[in-house]
Design a protein around this ligand. Sequence first.
Ligand code: SPV
Ligand code: MN
Length: 630
Amino acid sequence: MQGKGNSNPGSVLKARLGPDQYAKLARIENTRLHAFLADAIELCRPESVFICTDAPEDIAYVRGQAVVTSEERSLAMEGHTVHFDGYFDQARDKANTRYLLPPGVDLGSSLNSIDRQEGLSEVRGFLAGSMKAREMIVRFFCLGPTKSAFSISGVQVTDSFYVAHSEDLLFRPGFEQFKSIGDSAGFFRVIHSSGRLKGMVSADVKKRRVYIDIADDCVYSVNTQYAGNTVGFKKLALRLAIRKADREGWLAEHMFVMGAHGPKGRVTYFSGAFPSACGKTSTAMLEGETIIGDDVAYLRPIDGVARAVNVERGIFGIIRDVNPSDDPLINEVLSRPGEVIFSNVLVKDGVPYWLGMGRELPAKGMNFSGEWFAGKLDADGNEVPPAHKNARYTVALADLANLDPLADDPAGVPLGGIIYGGRDSDCWPPVQQSFDWTHGVVTMAASLESETTSATLGQEGVRSFQPMSNLDFVSLPLGRYMQNHLDFAGKMKAPPLVFAVNYFIRGRDGQYLTDIHDKAVWLKWMELRVHGEVAALRGPTGLIPVYDDLAELFRRVLSKEYTREQYEEQFKVRVRESVAKMERISGLYRAQVADTPEVFFRVVDDQVARLRECAGRHGDYAPPGLLPAE
Ligand code: SPV
Ligand code: MN
């Protein structure tokens, strides 16, 4: 951390920590860590500092203080609490999340950045004295399983017990792991302050800043509480990890990792990249399959195999539409005693309510706007919904019955396939496989588009460019990031297959063409493809399923009839839309990504030529049945 230069961190720490807390910290002999903490203390000037080790009593203290300080309130069900973020602090703030750019570094125009010195003095200015009269919590985590080639140590400083408590559910404890890295500088640092509070919410949201110091593996976050802006080891550290992965030849991704269960007890592992609120968690949580993680994954080539781990150990999931029919496994965890933090839901008589829960909501209660009643208007005259669309739940994966037995394996799991999915109303079919790795990286991963959702501030439903569903977190020039993906295959004997899915394709009447449960079938099809056990048809944009195979899977997996008409409508080749997409995307790369790899344009041109040729033969909406076998 870039401080004013503290000549003697040891004496600052001794003086400010008190003997008990200092004794805990002294067990980690890392001079960079000590300097970071001394600087953070001098900058934020907390009333007291709590060093949280991996000991159960330390963790219990953090959990308890979240309630004592009223950042969380206990609900009727044992272990359940609720937290509210401020009215204007309900999602990731993309506009105020910036990279601190050292002189001479160019991240390209698609990344939001600010001169490093200017940004540091702004954010440090906001942090100065921000923890007065509050306790600073210092927590240590390990990203990825401990004692593994994937492990990255991290330390978080925050004045929010809600943030520190959430992190306990979301990340593996890392105090002991930290001791094992010696005096290494190779750890991530996050410093967060909620800033001035009004009630229990950040008051100065206009001064909300999330700045990522890529030169120092450090993240600053201030005047915000929403977990996506504050829980440092989620998306904030992902940005640091992407740069580390670039230096070391692996990939840090916005992906779930899951086991898909095939015939005869076979488990095939997939990772999947979907923009927020596009079906990522619900895919990883499909019934009958097993979850490893739902949000952030590290992928490393190990002995010629792509292996993946979950960076986290919990879920910070969107609660909207979680109900017994659509998300039975999560619904179950949220309905029984156990440690759950609900955020930005509606609470009445100690019971949480959310949109799409499959029950009628009460006409009044407590929500992110304070006391809420049906018809309540905000200061701008807009109706306040009972619960926020981006309301969330936070739980530990260990509480799930469908946790994969290899979830904590230090070796990670071997990937059979990688899935890319977006919210695409008019183009991609429900599922397709790329012709090869490069075709997948270019036309599926790097060409991913999605309509915006409530997971980020701003208008919803706008088609946006979402390469690898990681654009919000990419901390490298985009072309270089794409090149890292292209190069990844060269490090493997056989790279994972690449698939694209789309749960949001609509018909001409605007209705969705698939059902929310159908993703179970697309996944089973992909699992069989990894093992070469089903055939495919060769379309201009990829390999698509044969009708009979899907009909059989629909019967077996969902006990549902799947008609040929449904298939034809879902899988017809949408030539016009597909050409328009390719032109739109390549135009974007040409205009905005100076370092786009040459191969990208070649693969796009070939795809457009195939589409035109297909239209010449079969028209703009070629029936899938006319496509040749692969
Ligand atoms: C997402 O929005 O992609 C999330 C939640 O997973 S956040 O932590 O806000 O990134
Ligand atoms: Mn996410």
